[in-house]
Design a protein. Structure first.
Length: 139
């Protein structure tokens, strides 16, 4: 059972409510990554703690950021025929700003790093030994 839920993810990130239904599969991925980072024993211990416990709150925040890390490429980023993804639309329907793969990767990397900073004292392995952030450019 994950520490976070879709409402917590939106609370921590400020994303709109209409993304609630799109979060669940990514929350599961975030739970798996958290377990690989801090270990099942620590994760289960945090889960049994009261929701107001500071360590549980940090872990929940980190798991929420990881959920967005995994969800981001799938969210309302419409691929265009010219390549890239729409990141902003203006008043005029023809105005689109594209988010390239490198920009998306940088944004996701920041989310991943913020999550690791929140749980740095709980990590049981060096992150270099783990998969780490996915490099979308090489995919």
């Amino acid at each position: 059972m994950p520490l976070t839920n879709s409402q917590k993810v939106l609370e921590y990130t400020g994303f709109p409510q209409d993304l609630v239904g799109q979060l669940d599969p990514h929350i599961r991925k975030a739970e798996q990554r958290m377990r690989s980072l801090i270990g099942n024993k620590v994760y289960e211990d945090l889960f049994t703690r009261h929701k107001a416990d500071p360590d549980r709150q940090r872990a929940t925040h980190a798991e929420s950021l990881l959920s967005v890390y995994f969800a981001f490429p799938f969210w309302n980023l419409r691929p265009t025929t010219r390549g890239g993804f729409v990141k902003a639309t203006g008043v005029d329907q023809s105005r689109n700003e594209l988010m390239g793969k490198a920009e998306m990767e940088r944004y996701r990397y920041r989310l991943y790093q913020q999550a690791l900073e929140l749980i740095a004292d709980m990590v049981v392995q060096e992150t270099g030994d783990l998969e780490g952030p996915v490099n979308m450019i090489s995919i």
